[in-house]
Design a protein around this ligand. Structure first.
Ligand SMILES: Cc1cc2nc3c(=O)[nH]c(=O)nc-3n(C[C@H](O)[C@H](O)[C@H](O)COP(=O)(O)OP(=O)(O)OC[C@H]3O[C@@H](n4cnc5c(N)ncnc54)[C@H](O)[C@@H]3O)c2cc1C
Length: 416
């Protein structure tokens, strides 16, 4: 049963009409207001909502707490289409990143979303980093991802001032994408497929219904309008938690205390680069450090060719601590100088920051100690709940593959 209107401030009108239309135009006999409810309007929630909305005779609601979709982590990242070379041979991160990369390139071409296959060099300055590169090279052989060693002469000739004392690996399938354009496109396709979006609607509680298995009679989702403070409640047959930095709070509000989880917040600060002296045509990453919380302060490009450096790893206590920490500029410069000795320090300007929703304090790479894979699962002991936790990098690259997986888990084509 739907109580009170959900307000869509993005369009300045009540969602009530759209919600009612969605409810009454469906021919499927059901008691819940919606077939699917996705909480979280980031790139992952949008991709899932768009995928599920394509199922015939179903209705899908996407709930977002802010006034528009895509304002948290999905718009505060490096916008890199990763090749899938960091996360061990059998992880979900590898599987979904490699598949998601292909889906994303095809999607961007089909729907004219801005993107570019820039390629990337991963560079080593010491023996430990060289070993890391060799590990990546071996892994790529195993998982069938293209990489090649760049010869010394090529580094000298084509390297555009980049230093790689112990070698470089070229990843030709790495690229960049306009993350905002991608999300607007997913939103448009979702709405075209009949999906309903409720913005300004922070979810306050999620309750499984049913006297037997929780969720067997659906779910009740309550939100409070961000402007008016009015409460709304809907019921849904299935519930998908794709709330990014808010996902663990939702998880913990449903499960018993012994199953509670904790999120750790790893802020990544970015610095833009105003110098015109450097023209760099590809992305440059330092070889990953085992156990580090990120991939190292790297050089990325936007679609206009502008250079930015970041993100570093700064552990913070709050998911709202999004101010760039300008005090970390010297640390960033020290890291950048290792692979770009000619960098003009005075041209680095604090730009923006994003926060990684991490399930542990270490291990961004490989499936070894401290590594946390994506959690994307049908929750045991409940019916109709797909839970997504720890969707850090490469979540943007993987988003379309994650959506396929959620659809498969829900409709039975993917077994856990
Ligand atoms: C610094 C950094 C760099 C990165 N670089 C890359 C990269 O180059 N390539 C790559 O593939 N990935 C990258 N990532 C990872 C990628 O950005 C994320 O994996 C992806 O954006 C996650 O999307 P999401 O939809 O799960 O989360 P989000 O974008 O955070 O969306 C979740 C949404 O849920 C909403 N929400 C939360 N709680 C509630 C609630 N109670 N009620 C209603 N709504 C709620 C939030 O407002 C938010 O809009 C990077 C991440 C960071 C932090």
């Amino acid at each position: 049963m739907l109580t009170r209107p959900l307000i869509s401030r993005a369009s300045g009108r009540s969602c009530w009409a759209a919600v009612r239309k969605a409810l009454f135009s469906s021919s499927a006999a059901r008691q819940a207001d919606f077939t699917h409810t996705v909480v979280g309007g980031g790139v992952v929630g949008l991709a899932i909502a768009r995928q599920l909305a394509q199922r015939p005779n179903t209705t899908t609601l996407l709930i977002e707490r802010h006034a528009s979709v895509g304002t948290e982590t999905s718009s505060r990242n490096s916008e890199v289409i990763h090749a899938g070379i960091y996360y061990g041979p059998s992880s979900l991160k590898t599987q979904l990143c490699v598949h998601g990369k292909h889906l994303l390139y095809d999607f961007c071409e089909k729907h004219s979303v801005g993107h570019r296959r820039t390629g990337k060099w991963i560079v080593a300055q010491n023996d430990v980093q060289r070993e890391a590169l060799e590990g990546i090279h071996r892994l790529c052989g195993e998982i069938g991802v293209d990489v090649r060693w760049v010869g010394e002469e090529e580094i000298e000739r084509e390297g555009e001032g980049v230093r790689a004392v112990k070698g470089a690996l070229d990843s030709p399938t790495t690229g960049i994408v306009d993350s905002h354009g991608l999300m607007m496109c997913l939103l448009g396709l979702f709405e075209d497929a009949g999906g309903v979006v409720a913005v300004n609607s922070p979810v306050e509680s999620v309750t499984p219904l049913g006297s037997g298995t929780p969720g067997s009679s659906g779910w009740e989702v309550s939100v409070r309008d961000g402007f008016s403070g009015e409460a709304s409640t809907i019921t849904t047959e299935t519930f998908i938690n794709a709330a990014g930095l808010g996902s663990v709070d939702i998880h913990n509000s449903i499960v018993p205390p012994e199953q509670h989880k904790q999120l750790f917040y790893a802020k990544g600060n970015y610095f833009s680069y105003a110098a015109s002296t450097h023209s760099i045509s590809r992305l440059i990453y330092p070889a990953p450090e085992p156990g580090a919380g990120g991939l190292g302060t790297h050089l990325t490009l936007d679609l206009g060719g502008r250079i930015r450096f970041g993100p570093d790893v700064e552990w913070v206590d709050s998911p709202e601590d999004l101010a760039v920490n300008a005090g970390r500029k010297d640390l960033a410069i020290a890291e950048i100088k290792k692979y770009l000795p000619g960098v003009d320090e005075s041209a680095l300007v604090p730009d923006y920051a994003g926060i990684r929703p991490k399930l542990g304090k270490r291990g961004a790479v490989t499936a070894g100690k401290g590594f946390h894979d994506f959690i994307i699962r049908k929750e045991d002991g409940y019916e109709g709940w797909i839970n997504l936790l720890g969707i850090e990098s490469p979540g943007l690259t993987s988003s379309l593959a994650i959506a396929e997986r959620v659809d498969g888990l829900m409709y039975g084509s993917v077994k856990e």
